[in-house]
Design a protein around this ligand. Structure first.
Ligand code: SF4
Ligand code: SF4
Ligand code: SF4
Length: 188
């Protein structure tokens, strides 16, 4: 693997440019926890440019061009190139446990506790992260309908950032609630 020796000041800007070329599904197939961590690893020279199956050949070539590196074939250990389709929830089996909701990086799953959940196919990136979260194995991948395309990276990024912001907001609210309960218990 070719390494990039970059001054720290330019690394952040480079991460932005690399991240801009990634599909933003956050699928983790590259072996990193999301697109930006993979971009950071590439910028540090710690990861090869051929680890993103959703980006595929075109993505590798774009990264190679940006970084003045030779394009490489997609690393087969990361999975095959191509659209994995969209998630589908079997309504006969779904128990409404809601465990799949926080897992979806782009909030493509619609539902609430004890209610049937469903996937809004237009927003589903095909990341497959929801499958393992389901305790009754009622989520499967199905081909995208022939007139539909996987959502654009820009849309995925926006939805992911909103998802992250909501999770952080809820965590802060819960922490504040807990702190208030502790204060009330100390000083009733
Ligand atoms: S879309 Fe590509 S870069 Fe982003 S998490 Fe998936 S494999 Fe990694
Ligand atoms: S519904 Fe499942 S496969 Fe689709 S984007 Fe969400 S987590 Fe990924
Ligand atoms: S995790 Fe499975 S059973 Fe639970 S709400 Fe999601 S699809 Fe339904």
């Amino acid at each position: 693997m070719e390494t990039l020796a970059l001054p720290a000041a330019s690394e952040s800007a480079l991460v932005d440019r690399i991240d801009a070329l990634l599909p933003q599904t956050q699928c983790t197939r590259c072996g990193y926890s999301g697109c930006r961590p993979y971009a950071q690893a590439i910028a540090r020279g710690e990861a090869a440019i051929n680890r993103c199956p959703p980006g595929g050949r075109a993505g590798i070539e774009a990264l190679a061009s940006l970084l003045a590196l030779e394009p490489l074939p997609l690393d087969p250990k990361c999975g095959p190139e191509g659209d994995t389709g969209v998630a589908w929830i079997d309504p006969q089996i779904c128990t409404g446990c809601a465990r799949c909701l926080p897992v979806c990086p782009v909030d493509a799953i619609i539902g609430a506790q004890r209610l049937l959940h469903t996937v809004y196919a237009a927003d589903c990136t095909g990341c497959e992260l929801c499958i393992a979260s389901c305790p009754v194995d009622c989520i499967v991948m199905r081909p995208r309908s022939s007139d539909a395309r996987a959502p654009h990276a820009g849309t995925n990024r926006e939805r992911y950032l909103n998802h992250q912001a909501r999770i952080e907001r809820r965590a802060a609210e819960q922490a504040e609630l807990l702190a208030a309960k502790k204060r009330a218990a100390r000083d009733p």
